[in-house]
Design a protein around this ligand. Structure first.
Ligand SMILES: NC(=O)NCCC(=O)O
Length: 381
């Protein structure tokens, strides 16, 4: 196992290495449960990774269970990045069509795709052409058109993170998640709040920090929100979706080995715990190679590869228990059946919402944002 890229999954490494009581103890301590509650599904023999889990809640006397099935898809690009834009996009459509249909056949109610799913993550290059041509309209762009058909066919809500072109407001470009309801209507969008300036993530060349706040979308299947990629490093971003009432927060991402893999299993999981909601973390897969060399002012010599997008998508419940991750190297579909009653049950148990002290922090944060803010430090005279 020389290269990190050969390792198909950390969870598989553990389950292949440990057995019996040792594996049970690992699962109990690391995942928070000894049993992953596999969810029976009918799909087998597919050319992508597929896994399904169940997150039950305690039976309540006054509320019936609120069962919802979520699905997340991770995938690589389809053809090389020097091909025409429309062919690259169409290639991705064709590649993931079957995965989306599988999700629909398995009864998924809410499906989320990865960040900027219909294009290569070309922002590393800082070149405007041809990559800006991938930007598309929220309502009528090719990605929304493509997905509306599946939303209607399977009666599922689909979250489609795209590169948005806002033609009504000066043709501006945004990193946006579009929410399509089960009738195939776009019910809203959320624009990425925090834009990275790290490594080869030169996204700030293309778009600004989002201006849509922290919307929670009240869908037929539950209250959902989207915290796009780099926003997962910002606990207050997660917090605001919780304050607005989210029960499930999706985190469509694009991040590479070497930079963030040791953070990946921690951040979305911690957010689920801190905010008593479910989180679904989704990462791209594969290595994307671009036609021209680029640098990012970090001392690395010019290169054409972004690095390895390590997949490993996973889902966490409000009690902090989580699924194993999908493959680090293969396309995949992760399904989880959630009882949303668990959100309130965990709020009642731990009281994190009740003990939040929002006013205390609001005052401090308001001061901390001022140019002449004095940090509250007690000096050792
Ligand atoms: N897409 C994106 O925001 N990536 C930044 C890198 C990271 O957050 O791991």
């Amino acid at each position: 196992m020389g290269s990190t890229i050969e390792l198909s999954s950390l969870d598989k490494l553990v389950s292949d290495t440990l057995s019996g009581d040792a594996l049970k103890e690992f699962n109990r301590i690391h995942y928070g449960r000894t049993d992953h509650h596999d969810l029976p599904i009918k799909t087998n023999n597919v050319n992508f990774d597929i896994a399904a889990y169940n997150f039950p809640a305690k039976k309540e006397e006054t509320r019936t269970p609120r069962i919802v099935r979520v699905g997340v898809i991770q995938h690589s690009i389809a053809i090389s990045t020097d091909k025409p834009i429309t062919e690259q996009r169409q290639g991705i459509f064709e590649k993931i069509r079957y995965i989306i249909e599988t999700a629909g056949d398995e009864g998924v109610n809410i499906l989320c795709l990865q960040e900027a799913w219909s294009m290569p993550f070309a922002f590393c290059t800082r070149e405007k052409q041809p990559w800006c041509e991938f930007a598309e309209s929220v309502h009528n762009g090719p990605s929304s058109q493509f997905l509306k058909e599946f939303a209607t066919k399977y009666g599922m809500v689909i979250i489609s993170p795209i590169l948005e072109r806002d033609e009504t407001h000066g043709d501006t470009i945004w990193n946006t998640a579009v929410v399509i309801n089960e009738l195939g209507n776009v019910i809203g969008k959320h624009r990425k709040n925090h834009i990275p300036r790290v490594g080869d993530f030169n996204e700030s060349t293309y778009y600004f920090e989002g201006n849509t706040g922290h919307p929670v979308f009240e869908t037929k299947f539950g209250k959902i929100a989207i915290n796009i990629c780099y926003g997962r490093h910002h606990p207050l971003n997660w917090l605001m979706f919780g304050i607005n009432g989210a029960e499930i927060v999706f985190n469509p991402s694009a991040t590479v080995a070497g930079l963030s893999e040791h953070l990946w299993g921690v951040e979305a999981r911690n957010a689920a715990i801190a905010n008593s909601y479910f989180t679904c973390a989704i990462n791209r897969v594969g290595t994307e190679i671009f036609p021209n060399e680029f640098t990012s002012g970090d001392g690395k010599s010019a290169h054409r590869e972004f690095g390895h997008f390590y997949g490993s998508s996973y889902i966490t419940a409000p009690d902090g228990t989580r699924t194993p991750g999908l493959s680090r190297i293969r396309d995949g579909l992760l399904i989880a059946q959630l009882d949303l009653n668990l959100c309130r049950q965990i709020k009642d148990k731990w009281g994190f919402t009740m003990t939040q002290r929002l006013n205390l922090y609001a005052e401090s944060l308001n001061n901390a944002g001022k140019h002449d803010f004095q940090p509250q430090i007690v000096k050792n005279n």
